[in-house]
Design a protein around this ligand. Structure first.
Ligand code: SF4
Length: 401
């Protein structure tokens, strides 16, 4: 931390990667080093703003969290602005320590430069560089995303609403360069908050090594180049991505060594269920029989696995089979304490094939409390089966990029 200043009922934390301002003891908000709001706690509600200008909130009565509409966003941003304005007056009043004063004035000036209209323009700047980023794993929410590919090469799972707006495609070298450089400009100094590189979107590993590895090398070269010219980028040796089971399983004979050598630490697989009947119903690509090969391909190359399972999917009809078969399949895999199993609460996508099936079969979406209880039970069953892997909750609703 560069400094902590407390005066007149306010406290400022001048951190190397953000500015936090507290109105003691009732509210606290954070801004990135460009001066854009990042997160806040106002009236016992938590707010987070992403680089896309999407904002979410959650509170005691809204634990699931939700995205804010335009007017609610404006109201929340007004709270950020008022807090900064009040704190500026109180903290600078009579402050005679020159270094702290200069730093504080500079940070407040950057914050004040972002009025609501300018923040709203960030939505367009974001869309000029990125397609929407609908999800990241919970341990990667602060990753720097590079959309090396767009969309999902399968895009047919019956429950999925992640990439309905785009066909799968891989960026060519020139486009990739424009994307990476554009993203770095968009983040500016706020890149200091990003801790790793996540290669999107759904499954870049569907590409052959001959197509994928040169693209990854190009991304890494660009990140290194930009770092040398002054941008404090996340380490290019800290790479993550989503993949489909089949894309990894087919690499088992040769392994994923070239990916580990380039810095891959963990790859995330959306398995959703260990129950074969439900797996088919969800129209997942490939088969559960391929999962052990996919996990072995990762583990033999020294890359950790992140396996994602849905909780509550299939409703009461599948509850027991889903839980027991999922616990069985997880405990049969060669996972260790570096791997992680995410339990993601199922969320019904209106108009999806799953929604039509559930309506026709009278399958009710489970209540939130039931989902929580199911997740705890499933985690217990995985532990009881002797698997050393960690199981953690993975709520989609909280995510904004
Ligand atoms: S593979 Fe994943 S991203 Fe693709 S359609 Fe299925 S759930 Fe969605």
């Amino acid at each position: 931390m560069i400094g902590r200043i407390e005066r007149g009922g306010f406290r400022a934390y001048l951190q190397p990667n953000l500015t936090a301002i507290e109105r003691i003891p009732i509210e606290i908000a954070k801004w990135d080093l460009e001066g854009r709001p990042v997160s806040a706690q106002f009236d016992e509600r938590f707010f987070r703003r992403g680089i896309s200008h999407a904002m979410m909130t959650k509170g005691k009565r809204e634990r699931a969290g939700r995205l804010l509409g335009k007017d609610e966003k404006r109201a929340a941003l007004e709270r950020f602005r008022r807090l900064a304005e009040d704190a500026r007056k109180a903290l600078l009043e009579g402050l005679d320590r020159a270094v702290e004063r200069r730093e504080l004035e500079e940070r407040f000036a950057r914050i004040a430069a972002w009025d609501v209209l300018r923040l709203e323009e960030e939505e367009q700047r974001f869309s000029d560089v990125y397609r929407p980023v609908p999800i990241l794993p919970p341990d990667r929410v602060l990753a720097f995303v590079v959309q090396l590919t767009e969309g999902c090469p399968w895009n047919r799972c019956s429950f999925c609403g992640l990439y309905p707006d785009r066909a799968f495609r891989a960026k060519d070298s020139g486009e990739l360069e424009g994307h990476v450089r554009g993203a770095i400009r968009l983040f500016g100094r706020s890149i200091l908050l990003r801790r790793s590189v996540f290669l999107g979107d759904g499954d870049p590993f569907v590409l052959s090594d001959a197509k994928l590895l040169p693209r990854i090398d190009r991304v890494l070269d660009l990140v290194r180049e930009e770092s040398v010219s002054g941008a404090a980028l996340p380490s290019p040796g800290d790479l993550y991505a989503f993949a489909r089971v089949r894309s990894l399983a087919r690499r088992l004979p040769s392994g994923l060594g070239p990916f580990r050598a380039r810095g891959f630490r963990r790859i995330y697989l959306g398995v959703e269920t260990g129950d074969p009947e439900l797996f088919r119903l969800l129209r997942k690509p490939g088969s559960l029989e391929e999962l052990p090969d996919a996990v072995r391909a990762l583990k033999e190359s020294g890359i950790a696995a992140g396996l994602i399972f849905l909780v509550g999917v299939g409703g009461a009809r599948f509850r027991e089979a889903h839980r027991e078969e999922t616990a069985r399949i997880v405990s049969s895999l060669p996972l260790d304490a570096n791997d992680i199993v995410y339990l993601s609460p199922f969320r019904l996508v209106e108009g999806s094939a799953y929604a039509r099936w559930a309506a026709a079969e009278g399958i009710e979406p489970p209540a939130r409390a039931e989902i929580g209880a199911d997740a705890r039970l499933l985690a217990e069953r995985i532990r009881a089966a002797g698997s050393p892997v960690k199981a953690a909750y993975y709520p989609l609703e909280h995510f904004v990029y």
